[in-house]
Structures are given as C-alpha cells and as structure tokens.
Write a protein that binds this ligand. Structure first.
Ligand SMILES: *[C@@H]1O[C@H](CO)[C@@H](O)[C@H](O)[C@H]1NC(C)=O
Ligand SMILES: *[C@@H]1O[C@H](CO)[C@@H](O)[C@H](O)[C@H]1NC(C)=O
Ligand SMILES: [Cu+2]
Length: 670
C-alpha cells in the first residue's frame, strides 16, 4: 500500500468516525492529540505524562445552533473538534487545548494553583511496586512472619490536612496479604505507613508503628469455584426475551427509544455522559428538551477512623482516580440482561496511547414486571373494569470498580417522561485489622463493626454528586421550591382545625437554592418560566429523592470537609458555566476546596430565568454489618427527575397495551 493511499484511508476514517459534536474522542483522535503534544509541542522532553484527555465540547450556543441546523438538514457542518488535555512535564501541570483537524495546539497554560490532576494507572502500578525493593518494608513483613510473595499493595490518595505549602504529588501505599484468597482487601497489613513521591517515584516517608494481627483468609474468597456446601439460595435460570428484537436504535452515540432520544457519551473522569435528552410529546409531535447534560461529577468517600494509619482515607474517586477510567467491562447476562447492547469506551494511557475498555456501557429495555399505571373499577353494577399498562423502561448502565468498591450507575428513561438515576454500591469493604475476635472484647470506639475475626468494617460515607444541566423546554429555567405549610383554622369557618397548603418560592440567587430536601416537606421543581401548559401552569420537572439522602456529618473546619464543603446539602444550583463541571474542583488530588461547588455558589449569581445547573448528591452513611462481608450485596438509592405540569395529561393514557409475547419454538433439549 502506498503511503499516499494510507493517508487517504486515515483521513476517511477520521471524517466518518464521529457524527455528533458530543461524541467522545475516538482512538485515532486520541492518537493525534497525544502525538501533536508529544512531537510538535514538547519536542523530545522525556518527562511527559497524560492525566486527562477528553473532548472539549463546543460552547453551548454553538452546539444548540448545530442541533437546530442538523434537524433541518443532515448536511450541517460539525463545529470544530477540540480536545482538552491535562499533562505533566518537568513537574508542572499543563492545560492544553488541541484542534484536531489542524493538528495543532491552540493553547497551553501552566496551572499554578493548588491540587493535582487525576492519577494514572501506570504510575499507581509503579508506586505499588516500590515497597518490595525497600528494605524497611521487607523487614516489616518479615517481622510479622508473613511471606513477601503473598503481599500486594495499592496506592491511596493522601488528601490535604492544612499544610500551608503545596505538597509534592504523593500517594500512600496500603498493603495486603492475599495468599490463597483473591479478596485483595480482606487481610490488611496494618500499622505501616508508606508515602511515595509520584513525580520522583520514590518512597519519601516510612513508618512501622504497631503490629496488628492480619485476618485469616478463610471465608474471604468470593469466587464460585471456591465455595463449599452448604450453598446459598438457588433460583431458576431466566432471561428476558424480545421475539421482535430490541426496541431501541443505536445511531453512533445517539440512542432512540419509544418517546426518548439522547446522546450517550463517555468521559474518563465522569464515566457515562447523557446529553441532549429529549422526550417526544405525542400531543405536540416533536421532541421537547429535558436534560442538556448529566454525569457523575464527583464522589466523596470519607472514612471515620482518625488514627495515624487511617485518618487520610477521604477519597474523591472521580477527580483522583477517574470514575470512567475505572469502568469495569460488563458481563453479558449478569451485569446486564440478555437483551442488552454494549458500547466500548476509549481512554488515553499515561503515554497518550489510546486504550479500550470493552463493554464499558450497556443499554437495555427493562421489563420490570411492574405496572406503569392501573385502575380497577368496582363501581359499575355488574361489571369490573380493569386497565393496566406494563412498565417498560430503557436503562443505560455503567459499573465503576474504584479499588475495593463497585458503583453501579443507572440512567433509566421512562415512557412517563421520568429519568430515574440509580446509584448502587457493592464490592468489598475497606477493612481494618484488629486484635479483636469478638464484639464483647471491644470497650472503646473502634470506628466500625467487627465483621469477622480480626476484621473491622470502618464507618464511612458515599456521596455521589451529579452535574445536571436541565434545559426544560429550553435553557432559560428557574428553580421553584413549593413548601407545604400547615394552616390552623382559628376563625370557626370549618369543623377542621388544620390543613396544609402549598407556598411557592422562586429562587433568585445561588444561595436560595442550597437545599436539604429532607429538611421540610415540599417539592423542588425546575421550571421554564416562559412556558405554560394550556391550563396555565409553568412546565417543569420535579426532583425526587429515592433514599440515599445522607449529607456530611463532619465539622465544617475538618480538612476533608473543606475540600468537599458542598456535601452538606443535597442540592445546589449554579448559573451555567462551561468550565464548572467538577464539584470538588478541576484538580482534586490534594485540593483545598478553593475551586469547588460551594466556592462557586458563594458568588451568589442570579439563577432566575437563566441557564442553570442543578447539582444533586446521593448520599449513604455506611455502618458496616456482617452481611457486607466478604463482599457486600447491592445497596441502592437514587433520585428521579419527574415531569410536573410538563405534559397536558398522563402521556401514557393513549399507550395501547402490548399483544401477547409469541415465543419462538426453540428448545435446548432436542
Ligand atoms: C466560570 O467559571 C470559572 C471557573 O470557576 C470562573 O473563573 C469564571 O469567572 C466563571 N465565569 C463566570 C461568568 O462566572
Ligand atoms: C410454534 O408452535 C405452535 C404450536 O405448537 C405452532 O402453531 C407454530 O406454527 C409454531 N411456529 C413455528 C415458527 O414453528
Ligand atoms: Cu460503603
């Protein structure tokens, strides 16, 4: 093949490889971006590492203009494709924008503020290997009479605890005895602190303070092949069958199903990114905009053990590790049902080379076996009228396995117009080794629950913060709080002495919209102040919590709380700003809370009748219990964005019932 032909092929592939301005960078685009930065920009500089490579999405007005034009004519030219890169070179953090078509660096600025970019897998792996060639660590393992070849280590972010000067980029290394179990986290080697300077890739601090028994391996393995009778409960095999095929269409990254259409993207920091979600109103006949962009912005997982080896464990899984980068390849027929479609995701490695996460996302129709609405009418003499419609929804799922924990994030689109966001926790608890073997031996506060011999499950929280740029029938929206208030009847006008009524308040500025939903009875609505139903009500969407309403209990002056100061409210609303995506700041590792959601909200910008972003935190306080060991069953919570005076009436009344499911005649026993 001549080089010219190869070039032609390459440019053809590029031209066709993305179709929507929000499509994630393709592997060839990632290659272009990293090679432009490596060659034309940093020359042969040896120290260059890529910490974030992602799409710099077009400015919102350009995107909306493109969408409008694209609807009218499919020929509408795509806005320029740009990548945003955070790279480190010679100990400095660079923010680089690359124009992909012209293969050029548009801008490069050195970031001088506090905090560091996401860690890379490669440096985490290299840091984890350091203790094995560090004689004091080898001696600590020998002192505990453990076999060095049974020990494995993993890096943990160090946080920030009031140091006035910017520290080096560091991680602490936690080590575990594995031996004959694959439960990596069940057998911690307590008492040892190993601090690694990531840029120098060297151990810079070491302490062996106390010797604590290492829990035994019995009962910790979770592989099916390792289980012995008596076995757990057994159910019959079953699967969802759709004899007429899938009901949704995957067109590049656009998904169309029933009355919904949306763009499904991926980002190494956020994971799943849902964009331009619109719901078709059968009365109007056209799609109506609901959610411009929604994604997991940050996670905050503070542990509640203040001891020397544990106090720093206060993790930010998106900003420190990459919630998307940690996406687990999904197992067909287990993580997602038999009728699921899968999508791969792509990322840039530390050296900028593209990598692939197979089956990072799945999309499926959920036949929950529930009704979407029903009524039985006994009132007519001699007849019983029953109407029921089954509930079928479309689910987009990702699982992120950040170290020990697995988070299942579901975006569920319902034909009723609701979007339900599910957050589920499973995986392995972070446990602490202890000398105790029975709860009766424990006198003081051990900061957790004794789960097994020598094993404490430490108290902690999970706060998952979502960025939700709702555009209900357009970008200019307002926040309305309707509060339910008890009214006393004192004038004798009724035989009742009280009732409740609704008082509505529109939030004027960001400070008015810092909400703890559970605080007082009421509703939180995102409305379009210039659109009303025929009845004259403002069209809107309600935000409803489904469990997971915990907010942080740490004191305001505690360092992890300063970094995650937004975690004391479930809801914040800010004026839209393209650069404000990450609730704990762009540089979360070793951050100080100076660039977080609470700091942005202190500007107290106006949020009435303008483009706003709603930030919702799903929170769990986790007091571990024995069932969470050796691996915890799924614990779920979440929230719902539910139409409220958005449609003229129940959009499902005219939905015709499905016919019977005609199963194909097949048998696996010929
Ligand atoms: C947008 O956000 C950035 C980062 O927080 C901030 O520097 C900038 O001032 C904001 N712009 C406006 C108009 O508030
Ligand atoms: C399946 O079985 C039914 C009943 O036995 C029969 O009427 C039908 O024709 C069969 N369909 C096919 C596709 O073989
Ligand atoms: Cu937990």
């Amino acid at each position: 093949m001549s080089p010219f032909f190869f070039l032609l092929l390459l440019s053809f592939e590029l031209a066709c490889s993305y179709r929507h301005p929000l499509d994630p960078l393709t592997p060839s685009e990632i290659s272009i971006v990293s090679s432009v930065i490596k060659t034309s920009h940093f020359g042969s500089s040896k120290s260059l590492s890529f910490h974030y490579v992602g799409l710099d999405e077009p400015d919102k007005p350009d995107l909306l203009e493109w969408s409008l034009g694209h609807r009218r004519s499919k020929e509408k030219a795509l806005p320029p494709r740009r990548a945003f890169v955070i790279a480190r070179s010679e100990g400095k953090t660079h923010e680089i924008y690359v124009d992909i078509a012209s293969r050029s660096v548009v801008s490069d600025e050195v970031y001088e503020g506090f905090g560091y970019p996401m860690l890379t897998f490669e440096e985490e792996e290299a840091a984890s290997a350091l203790p094995f060639n560090y004689p004091p660590f080898v001696a600590s393992v020998a002192k505990r009479r453990l076999a060095l070849e049974d020990v494995l280590c993993t890096p943990l972010s160090v946080g920030w605890f009031g140091e006035a000067k910017q520290g080096r980029r560091r991680v602490k290394i936690a080590c575990y005895l594995t031996g004959d179990t694959v439960n990596f986290y069940a057998r911690p080697l307590e008492g040892v602190t190993v601090v690694v300077d990531l840029d120098a890739l060297a151990i810079v601090e070491y302490e062996d303070r106390v010797v604590v028994p290492v829990p035994e391996s019995a009962g910790t393995d979770y592989r099916a092949a390792k289980q012995r009778p008596p076995f757990g409960p057994q159910t019959k095999p079953g699967a969802v069958v759709q004899p007429e095929g899938k009901g949704f269409e995957v067109d590049g990254h656009m998904i169309r199903w029933a009355n919904w259409e949306f763009h499904l993207g991926f980002d190494v920091r956020a994971g799943t990114v849902i964009s331009v979600a619109s719901v078709k109103d059968s009365e109007v006949g056209t799609p109506r905009r609901v959610l411009h962009r929604g994604f997991v912005s940050e996670l905050f997982i503070p542990y509640m053990d203040p001891s020397e080896e544990w106090y720093y464990k206060t993790f930010f899984d998106a900003g420190e590790n990459g919630f998307g980068l940690s996406a687990a390849p999904l197992e067909p027929n287990a993580d997602c049902p038999a009728n699921a479609a899968f999508m791969d995701a792509h990322f840039a490695g530390r050296d900028g080379a593209p990598g692939r996460i197979p089956n990072a996302l799945c999309v499926f129709e959920r036949y929950a076996g529930d009704a979407s609405w029903r009524h039985t009418e006994f009132g007519f003499p001699g007849q019983v009228i029953t109407e029921v419609r089954p509930d079928v929804s479309l689910v987009v799922r990702m699982v992120s396995a950040v170290g020990n924990y697995d988070y299942v994030i579901d975006w569920e689109f319902k034909t009723s117009g609701s979007i339900k966001i599910g957050v589920s926790l499973t995986g392995i608890l972070e446990v602490k080794g202890t000398r105790y073997t029975h709860a009766d031996q424990i006198a003081g506060d051990e900061h957790g629950t004794l789960l097994a011999r020598n094993t404490i499950g430490v108290y902690h929280d999970h706060f998952v913060t979502f960025h939700l740029d709702l555009d209900v029938d357009g970008p200019a929206n307002s926040i309305v709080r309707s509060k339910l208030k008890t009214v006393r009847v004192t004038d004798g006008s009724s035989r009742r002495r009280s009732y409740w009524t609704v008082a509505k308040e529109t939030a004027k500025t960001e400070a008015d919209a810092r909400v703890e939903l559970g605080d007082e009875p009421g509703e939180l609505l995102v409305v379009n102040p210039s659109k009303r139903t025929r009845m004259g009500n403002l069209v809107g969407y309600r935000v409803i919590s489904h469990g997971a309403t915990a907010t942080s209990l740490l004191s305001d002056d505690d360092y992890p709380q300063i970094r995650a100061s937004y975690s004391k409210n479930q809801v914040w609303v800010t004026a839209y700003n393209k650069s404000e995506k990450w609730a704990a700041g762009l540089y979360t590792d070793e951050s100080r809370g100076d660039d977080n959601l609470a700091a942005w909200s202190r500007r107290n910008a106006g949020i009435e009748d303008t483009d706003i972003v709603l930030w919702y935190t799903a929170g769990f306080h986790h007091v571990p219990c024995q069932e969470d060991f050796p691996l915890m069953p799924l614990l779920s919570g979440g929230f719902e964005l539910r139409p409220a005076n958005f449609f003229e009436s129940n959009p499902l009344i005219k939905t015709r019932p499905n016919g019977p499911v005609l199963l194909p005649n097949c048998s696996s026993n010929p």
